[in-house]
Design a protein around this ligand. Structure first.
Ligand SMILES: *Cc1c(COP(=O)(O)O)cnc(C)c1O
Length: 426
């Protein structure tokens, strides 16, 4: 019995399902990580893996990047939590407002879920309306009003994805298929009297990677502007990932509010919501929309975030280009493997994000993503592990490349993928 296996057995008696966030559990048991550096994870049994989960997105500089480690270490000596404002928070706020096109003001929070919850609240406060539109397959964190058709969860129509959420709560959430401008327009026209906000992942990263069709984001912008609805881009994954200014810079579409997280904390817990000053200033204490958090803007997360953003900024466009090239090499390599039609997989990719789906059809929304063979994916994931590569243990997650993935990593991974596909398909 491995140490991971033993730890998992014990964990299951103490922690529901043995894990502190559901996707981390997979069968027969997840490996328990002992340490991580750069592109690699090492488990408690001494196995090493090339990591494409990267903490589910935050670790764009890889694990334990020296800049981040130094910033955190220095800050530790000066205190971990003040309960007062600090200079670094102002510096980070200024940087966010400089980098993210829609950000005129920003409030720091601790998790992505808190960011979307607060953004929706301030949008409702601003419009004094209560309904929101969300899209099938978009995940906005584990809070009540957005846990409907949210990525890999249960999918009963119009019903919450979770027990414990009153129907009354999700009744104000209108769910529309992603990439479907006609249904969106219909929904907005029908609900415009009561509609506070539209929230969307500009690129979906929570049913695998799904890209917006040409004109989709522009239509959201146009119609929300026309009907006075607040447009929220949930850039918790795409922020600082597609570009320093996120998907809004990449696609040239500016929302009213933006939620950020993951990369923002440089591997520590931090998130934010940002946007137009006239909306943001409604947040307490300058306005009447209440929002608060003990750990908000804590100095450890803030310096880790600053160190991360500064490191990216220093390298400029080349930082993103290099990661994109490595991803391209990987994805092209996977496509080359299929040339003879042996492996019916579809690869979706953008910037340093990718996912392969076990389906031969195009994947451009929730329905088409759900067509993928999830059992095959899990076999593939397991084979990859045996071959020294860790991808998130779900068909409905995203693989991330960091700046620390080397050409050798990519080559090694391609060999592992080839072998694992072979073992999966046959
Ligand atoms: C991860 C994620 C969230 C939730 O962030 P947490 O920090 O896990 O609460 C929200 N939105 C998107 C798009 C995400 O990917």
């Amino acid at each position: 019995m491995t140490k991971s296996e033993r730890l998992f057995a014990k964990a299951k008696t103490l922690i529901p399902g043995g894990v502190n966030s559901p996707v981390r559990a997979f069968s027969p048991y997840p490996f328990f990580t002992k340490c991580a550096k750069g592109s690699r994870l090492v488990d408690v049994d001494g196995n090493e893996y090339i990591d494409y989960c990267m903490g589910y997105g935050p670790l764009i500089l890889g694990h334990a990047h020296p800049h981040v480690v130094r910033a955190v270490r220095e800050q530790l000596e000066n205190g971990t939590l003040f309960g007062t404002p600090s200079e670094q928070e102002v510096e980070l706020a200024e940087l966010i407002c400089k980098l993210v096109p829609s950000a005129e003001m920003v409030r720091l929070v601790t998790t992505g879920a808190e960011a979307t919850m607060s953004a929706i609240r301030v949008a409702r406060g601003f419009t004094r309306k209560k309904k929101i539109v969300k899209f099938e397959g978009c995940y906005h964190g584990a809070h009540d009003c957005v846990l409907v058709k949210a990525g890999s969860g249960a999918t009963t129509l119009g019903m919450p994805d979770s027990l414990g959420i009153p129907e009354e709560t999700t009744r104000n959430t209108i769910v529309v298929p992603y990439n479907d401008v006609e249904k969106f327009e219909k929904a907005v026209k029908r609900e415009k009297e009561n509609l506070a906000a539209v929230i969307v992942e500009p690129v979906i990263g929570n049913i695998g990677v799904v890209l917006p069709k040409e004109g989709f984001l522009e239509t959201l912008r146009e119609l929300t502007a026309k009907y006075g609805v607040v447009l929220i881009f949930d850039e918790v994954i795409t922020g600082f990932r597609l570009a320093l200014g996120g998907a809004q810079e990449y696609y040239g579409v500016t929302p009213d509010l933006t939620t950020l997280g993951k990369i923002l904390g440089g591997g520590l817990p931090m998130a934010a919501y940002a946007g137009k000053e006239e909306i943001m200033r409604l947040t307490a204490p300058s306005g009447k929309v209440y929002q608060a958090g003990t750990f908000s803007g804590n100095p450890i997360s803030v310096v880790a975030g600053l160190a991360t953003l500064m490191a990216i900024r220093q390298k400029g466009r080349a930082f993103y280009d290099e990661m994109e090239q490595k991803k391209k090499k990987l994805c092209d390599g996977i496509r080359d493997l299929q040339r003879d039609g042996k492996y019916p997989v579809t690869v979706n990719e953008i910037a340093s994000m990718f996912q392969l789906f076990f389906t031969d059809g195009e994947v451009n929304d929730y329905k088409s993503a759900k067509r993928a063979d999830t059992a095959k994916f899990m076999t593939f994931q397991k084979k990859l592990l045996e071959n020294g590569v860790f991808v998130p243990p779900s068909q409905f997650e995203t693989c991330f490349i960091s700046s620390e993935h080397s050409q050798e990593d990519i080559e090694e991974t391609l060999l592992a993928i080839e072998e694992s596909l072979e073992q999966t398909i046959t």
